[in-house]
Design a protein around this ligand. Structure first.
Ligand SMILES: Cc1ncc(COP(=O)(O)O)c(C=O)c1O
Length: 385
């Protein structure tokens, strides 16, 4: 099977073979990123090429980790709505506010995109089992795609993960291990298990393809806006694949000639004040983030004390002219309620983006003429307990 991209280390730029199941750079341990021959691809692949294709994330297959004749492991991920929120735009005092509704993905979160891409490549590379640590949303996404591919899955989650998520993973056939700790403690267990059994570790940015799935959020908003981008994107950030992926997508689309150069959005990271390692690093001007001690937040997707891709997240924020901001659980829940009042059944992480908008507007980071996209990364229903 011929794959038309290379894997390059995001830190030392060393190339890694795309065969089998690559993890991180064997030289320096940093995440690997897929690099496509975009100038070549641009000759045949244009926005018009998308006409008539299925409205899911694989419509961008030429810039995805997929061979020309290969079928992905798919459950119809992507193709989510971009909803206008005029009332909240008015309250915030911005020109336009849109919400990218990622809660409508398979297993109700944006994690489906990453797992579809990661499972597709790993199955083709010979993976016999999958293991991942998760705050919850990645676990049920992996359970679904593993089940779709007929490959066993083991997930490690904090023991206070909502029962609905645990039940869904089990119903999808995964082995669930509950850990007295947070996602980083689960990561240690997952890596031990992978070493003992040969299961493939699909932890965030410890394999190169989840970020490729997530980058399709960037392609999709550009397409939904008629090949233009907003002035600002506000994203709830934990491990950072969403923000890293979209920033990568915008660079790719510029090279493809699909976007006017120099018109990328400012990227705003939002975290909870109970776990804000990226915000602390951003405020101190650091290039990497120190792990956050005793993380606590109701937005369990944001209870991520450290990220292997911290330098990539901070770089995207810096290069874009954005910022990182922390909001309290009280404010993010109030904002999630506001989204619910407009019919968007948002998760607390999605609420955090609206709470961040109010803060960033008040601080002057975001101005009255800005068109802003907030990401609702998951569905309210999982948090019902
Ligand atoms: C609902 C939700 N939003 C955001 C995040 C953070 O995502 P990322 O790892 O892309 O930063 C997570 C991660 O678990 C999540 O579950």
């Amino acid at each position: 099977m011929k794959l038309d991209f290379t894997l390059i280390c995001s830190r030392c730029e060393r190339e890694t073979d795309t065969g089998g199941t690559p993890n991180v750079c064997t030289e320096c341990g940093a995440p690997l990123l897929a690099v496509y021959p975009l100038e070549e691809i641009a000759k045949d692949f244009r926005p018009e090429s998308l006409e008539g294709r299925r409205w899911d994330m694989w419509r961008y297959r030429e810039v995805m980790p997929l061979a020309a004749d290969e079928e992905p492991v798919s459950l119809g991920e992507g193709g989510t709505p971009l909803l206008s929120l005029p009332a909240s735009a008015k309250t915030a005092g911005v020109r336009e506010l849109l919400v990218k509704e990622e809660g409508l993905n398979p297993t109700y979160s944006f994690k489906a995109r990453g797992m579809s891409a990661a499972v597709t490549r790993a199955v083709a590379g010979g993976a016999k089992g999958f293991v991942a640590p998760s705050a919850g949303n990645a676990a049920d996404a992996l359970s679904a795609y593993g089940s779709r591919a007929g490959v066993p899955v083991r997930v490690y989650m904090p023991k206070d993960t909502p029962p609905l998520v645990i039940a869904e993973c089990r119903a999808l056939g995964a082995q669930v291990e509950l850990i007295d700790g947070v996602i980083s403690d689960c990561g240690v267990k997952a890596r031990e298990f992978a070493k003992q059994t040969g299961y493939f570790d699909v932890s965030t940015l410890r394999e190169p393809y989840r970020v490729e799935g997530k980058k399709t959020m960037g392609y999709e908003i550009a397409e939904q806006l008629g090949w233009s981008l907003p002035d600002a994107i506000i994203y709830p950030t934990g491990g950072g694949t969403g923000i890293i992926g979209m920033w990568k997508a915008f660079a790719e689309m510029e090279t493809l000639g699909w976007l006017e150069p120099g018109k990328r959005p400012r990227m705003y990271v939002v975290q909870s004040s109970g776990c804000a390692p990226m915000v602390r690093a951003w405020e101190s001007g650091a290039e990497t983030a120190e792990p956050w001690k005793d993380p606590e937040t109701i937005a369990w997707g944001l209870r991520v004390p450290g990220a292997i891709g911290d330098f990539l997240i901070l770089r995207a924020v810096r290069e874009s002219g954005g910022a990182a901001v922390a909001v309290s659980d009280e404010d993010l829940l109030a904002a999630a309620d506001e989204l619910l009042h407009h019919g968007v059944a948002a998760c607390p992480e999605g609420g955090a983006t609206l709470a961040a908008l109010y803060r960033l507007r008040a601080d002057g980071h975001i101005g009255p003429d800005d068109k802003v996209i907030c990401f609702n990364t998951g569905a309210w229903i999982k948090y019902v307990e």
